[in-house]
Design a binder for this molecule. Structure first.
Ligand code: GTP
Length: 255
């Protein structure tokens, strides 16, 4: 039921059956652990070697809060700091911006990413959320970035903040990606509540399912020079319809 100019009208909500999509871009300094976090989320395993110039996009069917969602993860590889950001800014539903707690420079590069992304997303509806991630928390004895530094940066830009380790427990890493999906859903709801619904008799019923709520996620995947869509169905896929398959990620040695 929505009220428009004082008239009470109903709209037939036709639920879509396609899982919503959520495009997550993983950004951060070289060596901060972007690929390791991506592979941990997709395979539950920690990688040790990788091709540092490899930039790929992977997809995985997930169930977040009992709602199916196709999570697409773009693992970026910039040489030094935000470079030709247009390849991912319009595509992204959310950003994970990663630094390594044992590397102060990676934290400074991370701030450049937060500023560059915020410049683009501020004022967009829905706004693509940023999640700040302090990785390698297992390297506590070599810590160079205090947890309060990360929390302060996150508070300054209104982002969520987590410290995790790609080589420790899987659930903490999965939670970061799941929180990104939840933030996208919350932002879509917020954005929808700001817009009056225009409904007239001759218009088709409006579908407000989670898919259309997340319609900002349905963006054409850009054809950036290096990213290729590699489908990786997580072995955790809850979907009974299709046997989960896992294509090992090119360029990663998984043990
Ligand atoms: N101790 C520890 N090492 C990690 C962790 N995450 C990644 N590493 C290591 O850090 C190095 C860089 O990890 P990557 O995941 O390749 O980092 P990246 O940000 O993808 O680096 P680029 O591909 O060069 O952008 C590798 O040797 C990883 O094994 C972590 O949580 N803890």
């Amino acid at each position: 039921m929505s009220i428009m100019f004082g008239k009470a009208r109903t709209c037939n909500i036709v639920p879509e059956h396609e899982p919503a999509e959520c495009n997550i871009v993983v950004l951060g300094a070289m060596g901060s652990g972007k690929s390791a976090l991506t592979v941990k989320f997709l395979t539950k395993r920690f990688i040790s070697e990788y091709d540092p110039n490899l930039e790929d996009t992977y997809s995985s069917e997930e169930m977040v809060d009992q709602q199916p969602v196709l999570v697409k993860v773009m693992d970026t590889a910039d040489q030094d700091g935000p470079m030709n950001c247009e390849r991912y800014l319009a595509w992204a539903s959310a950003f994970l911006i990663v630094y390594s707690i044992d590397n102060r420079l990676s934290f400074e590069v991370c701030q450049q990413y937060v500023e560059a992304v915020t410049l683009y997303t501020k004022g967009l509806h829905p706004e693509a959320p940023i999640i700040l991630v302090g990785n390698k928390v297992d390297m506590e004895r070599y810590r160079q970035v205090n947890k309060t530094d990360g929390a302060t940066l996150a508070a300054r830009f209104g982002c969520l903040f987590f410290e995790v380790s790609a080589c420790l427990d899987f659930v903490s890493v999965q939670n970061v990606f799941y929180e990104a999906v939840r933030e996208v859903r919350r932002e879509a709801e917020r954005s929808l509540s700001l817009r009056p619904l225009y409904i007239s008799e001759d218009k088709a019923p409006i579908s407000l399912s989670s898919a259309s709520l997340l319609s900002p996620c349905y963006k054409e995947l850009p054809t950036p020079a290096t990213a290729k869509l590699v489908t990786v169905k997580s072995s955790r896929a809850q979907s009974k319809r299709r046997a989960p398959t896992l294509t090992l990620l090119k360029g990663f040695k998984i043990f």
